[in-house]
Design a protein around this ligand. Structure first.
Ligand SMILES: [Zn+2]
Length: 71
């Protein structure tokens, strides 16, 4: 199955690395929670799928329960 994840050539791998550097943790295009913390900075945790853009800590009890109902 390793064939499925290999790169077709060096250029392909380079393009992947450039894209990855942009969106990896700490990168300029990385998805972050961005909730304001008590220190006044932004939360840099990764948003969870159910959190509407917020991380596990800031998504609130609704997302924590893991139910996507009414809203
Ligand atoms: Zn957060």
């Amino acid at each position: 199955m390793s064939e499925r994840y290999s790169f077709s050539d060096d250029e392909h791998e380079r393009a992947f690395e450039i894209g990855r550097a942009r969106v990896k943790r700490g990168g300029p295009d990385a998805p972050i929670c961005a909730a304001q913390t008590r220190q006044g900075s932004l939360c840099k945790n990764i948003p969870i799928r159910e959190g509407k853009g917020r991380c596990l800590r800031h998504a609130g009890p609704h997302a924590a329960r893991g139910t996507e109902s009414a809203n």
